[in-house]
Design a protein around this ligand. Structure first.
Ligand code: ADE
Ligand code: ZN
Length: 333
């Protein structure tokens, strides 16, 4: 089945580009930028990746971003991801970036967007991977800070396609960001938000009603609220589920105890994604394989998960139809 998963065309819809920084590249960039790392080697970095919850991960994740200073660093980061995505037959990627994690350190927003955008354009040319960037706001910062960041990003409006909301979920409800998301919608950007990862189902309601998110990142805690599950099913709101992340960050204590089966049985549009693969031990194929092994997913179910990822993507219908036909063929092979 590993082979079958590798051959499936997939869309990656929940990936933080900063979360793809592998320790080797972290060392390489730190060395050329003369940034001190509190580790002696990439192996030592990997050993430090033991997390007790989302915050314990974010502290290390933001520390890793400190090596990224120039356009070239953002380019190299994204290019390394694209090579991996190509190897894993990812055809389309909608990728988060966290400008505030960098502008707070004095990095100009132009350098971040120039570097990332150039890499994704090259990825489309060289690998045929289509992509969209999602400017994601850090929810532990204020609504005003998000609005200021959005205004600073507006000169580059044509280089990102959506906005998102990430970082520490507990005590940072989506409603804090109602104004900036309304502003983003006026600009014609698509809207997604992390909710129901560690936070309560109420945050998923807020993401839908206050932010008008058309996709929920994680959302696994929706299962605690039957009315919410009904709404997500009725409106076919996709969930971008990240199984290895959920285990690493102890949302579930083991992959076998993940609620993926319940989400699927509830008839939800579930997709499988990798979140921060350099930190969580696997990219998209490893996430597919982990849930296949834990839940004995059939070929048809794996195809449905891949199909959902294209249904949930912000792609033209003509492109979706083409991929659906390819998936149908693979399913019957
Ligand atoms: N930023 C990077 N990964 C994240 C996650 N899993 N949840 C919230 N914010 C994040
Ligand atoms: Zn995430």
């Amino acid at each position: 089945m590993k082979d079958f998963i590798a051959r499936l065309p997939k869309a990656e819809l929940h990936l933080h580009i900063e979360g793809t920084l592998e320790p080797e590249l972290m060392f390489e960039i730190a060395s050329r930028n003369r940034v001190h790392l509190p580790y002696q080697s990439p192996e030592q970095v990997r050993k430090a990746y033991e997390f007790s919850d989302l915050q314990s991960f974010l502290d290390i994740y933001y520390q890793g971003t400190r090596v990224l200073l120039q356009d070239r660093d953002f380019y190299d980061l994204a290019w390394a991801y694209l090579k991996k995505a190509h190897e894993q037959n990812v055809r389309h990627a909608e990728v988060f970036f966290d400008p505030q994690a960098h502008t707070e350190r004095g990095i100009p927003i132009r350098a971040i967007i120039d570097g990332l955008d150039q890499a994704f354009q090259d990825g489309e040319r060289q690998f045929g991977i289509s992509s969209k960037l999602i400017l994601s706001f850090l929810r532990h910062l204020s609504g005003d800070h998000a609005m200021k960041t959005f205004q600073d990003a507006l000169p580059f409006r044509d280089r990102f396609a959506g906005v998102g909301l990430d970082s520490s979920e507990r005590d940072h409800p989506p409603e804090k960001f109602t104004s900036v998301f309304a502003r983003a919608r006026e600009e014609g950007l698509f809207v997604v938000a992390h909710a129901g990862e560690e936070g309560p189902p109420d945050y998923v309601w807020q993401a839908l009603d206050a932010l008008r998110a058309s996709r929920i990142d994680h959302g696994v805690r929706c299962i605690e609220d039957p009315a919410l599950v009904d709404r997500l099913r009725a409106e076919r709101v996709p969930l971008t589920v990240c199984p290895l992340s959920n285990v690493k960050l102890r949302v579930f204590d083991a992959i076998e105890n993940h609620n993926l089966r319940q989400l699927l049985s509830a008839g939800l549009c579930v997709t499988i994604n990798s979140d921060d693969p350099a930190y969580f031990g696997g990219y998209i194929n490893e996430n597919f394989l982990a849930v296949h092994e834990a839940f004995d997913l059939t070929k048809d179910e794996l195809c449905m998960l891949a199909r959902n990822s294209f249904e949930a993507a912000f792609l033209p219908d003509s492109e979706k139809t083409r991929i659906f036909a390819e998936l149908d063929e693979l399913a019957s092979s």
